[in-house]
Write a protein that binds this ligand. Structure first.
Ligand code: PLP
Length: 380
């Protein structure tokens, strides 16, 4: 009997492929998006303390009240708006599971969902799993911005939702107040939902302010905002995040969450609940990562790679146009094998693998890793 696939075109992700290649060829790994420096010892102590204190059984389905109330206060401090801890905030197994719950709750058979390429790799398959139709528009060069007129032209009677991501992986672009106002107009005019991937909310540079949908009532009324503690606390392996949505949407999100994971890791929730009380544990992130971005760009200034300006996230695109005519996939493979440095080709973030001569590097790395990487890149 042949097994039918619900996602026949989904292959092993490029992140897994490049990381394996990095290991096989003993290459410096700037490919996958995770820090190579440790989680703050204070946070590790809080989590391990929770384990030692016996907080090792199921958490309540929507998440520990202590953590949800902490997040509610954090939202008030950060975005000057309120989200009810009991009815609007749900703790998830990272941003990825929140995206899964949000898309699954909102998208029905035949619904169209507008998304923007280059895009994070989970949006398209999860829309398809729910028998929805992903409508891929492209972010516009040179700044990878959204053309809101084009978005409006693509809204049909079947359009159910729009997925946005700011700060944006892989381009490092951020949406402005004008973008959010443009989106708000469309949401009100056409009654569509917004799934807002904000996992890099605190990693934003050049004194820019993160424009969360939480600050735009017309969007938030139809919105789900998604966050990740993995990104904020250098702990991607803990897979802990949350989603924030109005009560009527949250009710549906929690049904998806309940039958997907039920509840997430209890001791991590206890540890983070205590840790987020102190805003010094997340507010310095822009300064911390901007220093890494600038250091790496400086180290590469004598190389033939050209940096595309990064306003947020810990990723940066580098053009290799002056070096080679290879496709970006060939270039990334060649660099891993021959020069022992692993990056991610940008074309994989496009529906049809656009020809684009950028490689994505992750600069969430120690000084030593960045120096080693720059030394190699300057010789290519
Ligand atoms: C844009 C974007 N959204 C969501 C996620 C997933 O976040 P998490 O690791 O918390 O599942 C990532 C992780 O790389 C991401 O880059």
């Amino acid at each position: 009997m042949s097994l039918q696939s619900k996602l026949p075109n989904a292959a092993t992700s490029i992140f897994a492929i490049m990381s394996k290649m990095a290991t096989d060829y003993n290459a410096v790994n700037l490919s996958q998006g995770f820090p190579d420096f440790p989680v703050a010892p204070a946070l590790v102590n809080l989590v391990s303390g929770a384990m030692k204190n016996g907080w090792n059984q199921y958490a309540p389905m929507p998440g520990l009240p202590l953590l949800r109330h902490g997040i509610s206060q954090k939202i008030e401090k950060t975005y000057n708006t309120t989200a009810n801890a009991d009815t609007e905030i749900t703790i998830t197994a990272g941003g990825t599971q929140a995206l899964f719950a949000a898309i699954t709750a909102l998208v029905f058979e035949g619904d169209e969902v507008i998304m923007f390429d280059p895009a994070y790799d989970s949006y398209d398959p999860v829309i398809k799993l729910n028998k929805g139709i992903p409508v891929h528009l492209e972010l516009k060069a040179p700044f990878f911005g959204i053309d809101w007129e084009e978005v409006e032209e693509n809204i049909t009677t079947k359009t159910k939702a729009i997925i946005i991501n700011t700060p944006h992986n892989p381009t490092g672009a951020v949406l402005s107040e004008l973008d959010l106002l443009g989106l708000e107009k469309l949401v009100i005019k056409y009654g569509i939902y917004v799934i807002s991937d904000e996992v890099y909310e605190h990693i934003i540079f050049d004194n820019k302010q993160h424009e969360s949908i939480l600050r735009y009532p017309g969007i938030y009324a139809n919105g789900v905002a998604i966050f990740s503690f993995g990104k904020t606390f250098h702990a991607t392996g803990w897979k802990t995040g949350y989603m924030v949505a109005p009560e009527n949407i949250t009710k549906e999100l929690r049904k998806m969450h309940q039958f997907n994971v039920f509840a997430t890791n209890t001791p991590v929730q206890y540890g983070i609940a205590e840790y987020i009380k102190n805003e010094e544990n997340y507010l310095p992130l822009p300064k911390f990562y901007q220093a890494k971005r600038d250091k790496f760009a400086k180290l590469l200034s004598s190389s033939r790679f050209e940096a595309h300006h990064c306003y947020g996230t810990y990723f940066q695109l580098f053009s290799y146009d002056k070096i080679s005519n290879k496709s970006d996939v060939e270039m990334a493979e060649w660099m891993t094998k021959e020069h022992k440095i692993a990056t991610i080709p940008t074309s994989v973030f496009y529906k049809n693998g656009k020809h684009i001569k950028y490689l994505r590097i992750c600069f969430a790395k120690s000084e030593k890793t960045l120096e080693q990487a720059a030394e190699i890149l300057c010789k290519i």
